[in-house]
Design a protein around this ligand. Structure first.
Ligand SMILES: [Fe+2]
Length: 296
């Protein structure tokens, strides 16, 4: 929630502007709409701090009817940290930071219809992503987020204690398919190059959120390969169980997009899933991704 140090007409100009914003919770566990903020205007320091506080509390922020330019989208992202470039997903030709997810008849969904946190194949996965809807089919194409602090808290104390000592190996596995059509030699060379750039990071299974201090269940179906130092069958059985947790509706928030809806999520305590129910229609999204720190 927005913190103000003064009240009523004693608000400073900065606090008043921040205070024009309204935070409307949308989900029981996570998700809120930010009203009263026009992202075509320059966002000031007080507003970005208020948004950051709202993001920590609500985990997913939704902004409606934001007809911003790509430059404004990028500048908005930069207010929250260093913006990164995705190594596998296409981007705007003139702006490598702007990831483009353009799915239609000739470009079916690759892997966004699996529960995941973004880019956990990195040593330092993103702190957040800012996704903007460019084109949406008349129905379908929703995104769901799950609160992985709530999912962890729903487990027994015994299970939480067991998980807290474990580590997991992550991999860019769904993107390996991108090289499948290449001649064998070229495919091996390309994969070797990316494996060198993104060697399998090991992240704790239970992380501590660097800002809120919340405990988070930090494994995901898209990028987690195995539990370290376990037998293959033990690891598989445990992961298969843990992968069911974000699917529990009570932990979720579901967003129906419209053109120029923006969602800004904290990537560390959440997972998300894009419903792949609109093929062969077109769904086009643009994303700016903000660098995070090594999970602990
Ligand atoms: Fe994603």
């Amino acid at each position: 929630m927005i913190q103000t140090v003064q009240s009523g007409n004693q608000l400073s100009a900065r606090d008043r502007r921040a205070n024009d914003m309204e935070i409307v919770p949308l989900g029981a566990m996570l998700g809120a709409e930010i009203r009263g903020l026009d992202l075509t205007d320059k966002i000031d320091q007080g507003q970005s701090e208020a948004l950051n506080a709202a993001l920590m509390a609500q985990k997913v922020l939704v902004f409606r009817d934001q007809d911003i330019t790509s430059d404004q989208h990028l500048a908005f992202g930069r207010m929250f940290g260093e913006v990164t470039i995705h190594p596998f997903v296409p981007h705007l030709p003139e702006m490598p930071e702007m990831l483009v997810l353009d799915n239609h008849q000739d470009n079916p969904v690759l892997s966004t219809d699996m529960w995941h946190s973004d880019e956990t194949f990195r040593e330092e996965p993103p702190m957040g992503s800012i996704l903007r809807c460019r084109e949406m089919p008349p129905v379908g194409g929703d995104t769901m987020w799950a609160d992985m602090t709530a999912a962890l808290g729903g487990l027994s104390d015994k299970m939480q204690g067991f998980l807290s000592g474990l580590e997991a190996i992550h991999d860019f596995k769904p993107f390996r398919r991108r090289f499948a059509g290449l001649p064998v030699k070229e495919r091996h060379e390309k994969l070797a190059e990316f494996e060198e750039r993104y060697p399998n990071p090991v992240h704790p299974v239970v992380t501590t959120h660097p800002v809120t201090g919340d405990k988070v269940l930090f494994i995901n179906e898209q990028f987690t390969l195995a539990i370290k130092d376990m037998r293959e069958d033990e690891s598989r059985t445990l992961l298969d169980f843990l992968f069911t947790l974000p699917r529990i509706p009570e932990y979720q928030f579901r967003l129906s997009w419209e053109k120029n809806t923006i969602a800004f999520w904290d990537n560390r305590p959440t997972q998300h899933y894009a419903a792949n129910d609109y093929f062969p229609q077109r769904r086009t999204m643009h994303r700016i991704t903000i660098k995070g720190v090594r999970p602990n």
